[in-house]
Design a protein around this ligand. Structure first.
Ligand code: SAM
Length: 256
């Protein structure tokens, strides 16, 4: 099975892929919109993301289930993440897709639940990794109590957020993390949005947003995270030529 980042983007390419500026996707900063209008836009966009990943789930699982085998830095950072959190501690793998990172963290001793918007993706994850836990959920509105989780992984799941959704997303992660908890997230560096009409040849339509590290760092800091550690790497030769960013964001220890 092939399993590189290049596959993710060649698959996005298909026959009808193009790039355009963020503003074309939706002006989330428009100040005259009411909360209700914003909520309605966000939920319709969530519905389309869910439906796209339902359509693409089998193809996604086939392509990416083994990708950690070829990603030494990802494995190193996941090991560090597991070490910071400690064996047996509760962790959420947000936007877990077919569950390969959930299973990897489970093998490192963490008590992980993979969470994904797409029920089809969760069905695949649960059948491929029956020893791991998975559930359908939305990381913008997690079904967890405040301060109940020791760690959160968010690998490439923020790629469908608009810039104005970063702060609410990180605030929700901050709410659910315990004091001293750790968030590890990854994303593609850039300032463009790539629209795919035929993601993984499944006819699924999706927008992929790239972010600058400073943008992510600002939104994380606004949500309360400190310290924030950023690691950037060049793409591997076989990958799409975008730099990758990995962020360890810590919820401060309680001051009381
Ligand atoms: C690009 S895939 C990344 C999957 C996996 N983490 C990986 O690294 O291969 C994005 C995943 O995030 C999920 N997702 C997108 N928005 C979400 C949300 N608001 N809540 C939960 N999952 C979401 C999608 O369904 C999809 O499985």
């Amino acid at each position: 099975m092939r399993s590189s980042e290049a596959d993710k983007f060649s698959a996005i390419g298909g026959s009808t892929c193009w790039c355009f500026g963020r503003k074309a996707v939706g002006d989330w900063g428009k100040s005259s919109w009411s909360i209700e209008e914003m909520a309605s836009n966000m939920s319709s966009s969530l519905a389309s993301i869910r439906s796209a990943y339902d359509m693409a789930s089998a193809a996604y699982a086939r392509k990416f289930i083994d990708e950690l085998n070829h990603k030494p830095l990802d494995r190193e950072l996941l090991e560090r993440f597991a070490g910071l959190i400690g064996a047996g501690q509760p962790v959420l793998d947000l936007g877990c897709g077919p569950g390969h990172t959930t299973a990897h963290l489970t093998s490192l001793g963490l008590k992980v639940t993979g969470v994904d918007l797409s029920s089809k993706m969760i069905e695949h994850a649960a059948s491929i990794f029956p020893q791991s836990c998975f559930e359908v959920g939305d990381f913008l509105c997690l079904s967890r109590d405040a301060s109940s989780i020791a760690g959160m992984l968010a690998f490439y799941c923020i790629v469908h957020l608009t810039p104005d959704q970063l702060f609410p997303a990180f605030s929700e992660m901050f709410r659910v993390l315990r004091d001293g908890g750790v968030l590890l997230l990854s994303f593609h560096i850039g300032s463009e949005v790539i629209h795919a009409e035929n993601f993984l040849d499944t006819n699924a339509a999706l927008d992929f947003t790239f972010f600058e590290p400073s943008q992510i760092e600002t939104a994380l800091a606004q949500a309360g995270f400190a310290p924030i550690e950023i690691r950037i790497r060049e793409p591997y030769e076989s990958e799409h030529p975008s730099k990758r960013c990995y962020v360890f964001a810590h919820k401060p220890e309680s001051m009381t």
